[in-house]
Design a protein. Sequence first.
Length: 382
Amino acid sequence: MPDLVVRPVEGRRERAAFIDFPFRLYREDPYWVPQLRMDTKKLLNPKKNAFFEHGDMQLFLAWDAEGRVVGRIAAIINGMHLQKYDDRVGFFGFFESVDRQDVVDGLIQAADAWLSDRGMTVMRGPVNPSLNDTAGLLMDGYESAPFVLMTHNPDYYPTLLEAAGFRREMTLWAYYIHRKYANLDKLERGAALVKRRNPGLRIRTLNMKRFKEEAAIIRDIFNDGWQDNWGHVPMTPSEFDHLAAEMKQVVDPRMAYILELDGNPVAFSVTIPNMNQALAGVRNGRLLPFGIFKLLARVLFGGIQEVRLPLLGVKKEFQGRGFDALLILETAKRVPPLGFPGCEMSWILDNNMPMRNALESLGGTPHREYAILDRPISGATA
């Protein structure tokens, strides 16, 4: 048998091996937090993930001479991205590998060929399976566990992917702030000015009794407000419904806000508990038979002490008026008394200086650095 074989995933057994590989790769990594196996299965299932309404994906596994899995990758076509940008960019995701350059090269070549056959000229990632899901290669901040819905990877990945021809296309920052170090004075002064200039402003919490309608409001603001952000792809109604259903299980309405101007929604923010602090105890990725009890114990007995602010948006016509800072201030004032003194605000695009400046004024520090990488597809022509 050759030293290395990379081939498409076929059948239920190989799909299970694809899902299982990270559990072996990260067995000794104290900071890795496993995604529940059932959640990964949903992500990869065309019948259960709305991404496949417009996207396509091919999974690959790398096998060594002893028949062991040593790496995995997904080659991805994002139809909504191509519809918006028409740039022939394909994607890779769900990437994991042992520390071997030949394994990484083999996986990238397999994804490269699949994307090339479909007319793509650039490979971008990692995304799982899009920028609206978990995304980014961890470049700095390996010494602690990731927050919920953020990625984690070994520190050798950047070197191996760079050697495979990838270059950084965009940097993503994760900011952290603790209530002990929060400086609210500057934001308080700015907020007072914003309110004087916009007397019709009102911040309200999410109405869980009207969750479906509230989710539609958030989707509309998100798609409108993020449309000019680098790499943004609008969420389809089905994709957002899926995200909303997932969020509903963990969202606390006291930490989710909609900002209205004269009664019209113009901005929102959603902060969620850092469920990774609970999931860290479910190392096999299975809730049954005992994982559910470990998870509940951590949730019920103070195992979650931090939150993450993953979603914040302001309608395009109202940007630059300080509404985003108003929502950040509201979060910084209301959330710590609920028992969550620490908060990660992520991710923030490297070129989003207004947001970065607001977070740094508040006392936030960039404690993790992620990157989205690009690589020309072999033999591609413009």
